[in-house]
Design a protein around this ligand. Structure first.
Ligand code: CUA
Length: 155
């Protein structure tokens, strides 16, 4: 089979580009340990309920209209699953999964992250509008995935 010389050149360029790309990504992910910013703190999912702050899940006031919300995710629910906060509250979410990868999305807000077992996944949000917010799992996690939700009320 005859392959045109220019075709060989382009194949080589494509191959070199691929290797360079995978090397860069590989070094960042494994050697430098650059993960998603929500995945920086590790936690043992087997002993989640004995590990701070997950030994006391729920809403904790930490400042003026500022809260930390500690949540445990597992198939197929959130603990706690009903939360009420005042209007204008800033909430620092700390969530961890006990079993598989779950999603943590609050509909109508910019809160949307993965809950990867073994990590404390965190983000913050200020709730300036009152109403009922739906917290839902947006990563397929099994047969009960569609049942996995919680309510957050801002009043
Ligand atoms: Cu948890 Cu889908």
């Amino acid at each position: 089979m005859h392959v045109h010389k220019l075709e060989k050149v382009w194949l080589a360029i494509g191959f070199i580009t691929l290797v360079a790309f995978l090397t860069t990504v590989g070094i960042q992910a494994f050697a430098s340990g650059h993960g998603a910013p929500s995945d920086l703190t590790k936690v043992d999912p087997q002993n989640l309920e004995e590990t701070e702050p997950f030994d006391d899940p729920g809403l904790h006031e930490i400042g003026e209209n500022e809260y930390e919300l500690v949540m445990i995710l597992q198939s197929y629910g959130f603990t706690p699953n009903e939360i009420t906060i005042p209007e204008g509250a800033t909430v620092h979410f700390k969530v961890a999964s006990k079993d598989v990868v779950h999603g943590f999305e609050i509909a109508g807000t910019t809160v949307n992250m993965m809950a990867t077992p073994g990590y404390v996944n965190s983000t913050s949000y200020t709730f300036d509008e009152t109403g009922e917010y739906l917290i839902l799992c947006n990563e397929y996690c099994g047969t009960g995935h569609h049942l996995m939700s919680a309510q957050l009320e801002v009043e």
